[in-house]
Design a protein around this ligand. Sequence first.
Ligand code: PEP
Ligand code: MN
Length: 337
Amino acid sequence: MIIVMKPNAKRESIEHILKLIKDNGLDTHISQGKEVTIIGVVGDKSKLMTQNLEIAEDVDKIVPVTESYKLANRKFHPEPSVVKVGNTSIGGNEFVIMSGPCAIESREQLLETAFAIKKAGATILRGGAYKPRTSPYSFQGLEEEGLKYMKEAREATGLAVVCEVTSLAAIETAVKYVDMLQIGARNMQNFYLLKEAGKTGLPVLLKRGLAATIDDWLNASEYIISEGNPNVVLCERGIRTFETATRNTLDISAVPVIKEKSHLPIIVDPSHATGVRSYVAPLSKCAVAAGADGLMIETHPNPAIALSDGPQSLTFSQFEQLCTELHPFVELMGKKF
Ligand code: PEP
Ligand code: MN
């Protein structure tokens, strides 16, 4: 539940409520708006005597929160969250484009890509060093060697860098090299991994699971936030449906639904959603129009020889063209990049 204080409630009244809740063994989460303070209660609220709260000084109303996710809930935090990643921020006025290869294949490939995407307007470099491949015989990633190239690319370009982590060992290594950790679709409900990623304090990019409902997804984000790490960005990357023309089905409605239910920023990944290069541009425009905070787009110097996801990767000139075409859409939505 949340306790909405009256506009300009006195500090002592707020302190009184916080103490009452804590004395009942529950945690609080404060959201401070311009005039109104909202106190979120986390834990088993049956322990709390709500009657005492309703008549307490400066309390406006008590609103039950029926959803099981609390800290990710918009009711707990009405203002949209802005997550800082390196020199860029996701969730504010900036429309953020992250791009790069599916897998880091070599130093040259990564550096070349980093410079190309930066020139086109991207601010975050993505690249996989630990690849969760469907087949164990497919390329599994360069691991720490790849992360070293990521760090070098960051130093050379000023781009922020993000890499997927698939185990605790990968998290422990990645924190030395990257600005943001990615939890991929296949690990969205690996609760142990979510908690460990939360404990690092680094921003976490949480992709939607292949068959996860929006509720499942927000509960997954709650695992990260409840470790004291509010820096979560959601990424819609398509879900499994009966349709086979695309690799997954992009659930574009997830964008406004998330915006209504949560304060967390959301970006869209049309590359993994479709698996088809020619569908990436139209769906990118769609994502901007739906209100997304950014995009993740796979690019490669030569997609024909990419070690993974070549068919969905854009060439640099295709990526540059797309960024140019996106400008008026982004402007129309009152954002910039
Ligand atoms: C990726 O972003 O490289 C990736 C593997 O995507 P997903 O987890 O969405 O399949
Ligand atoms: Mn990929």
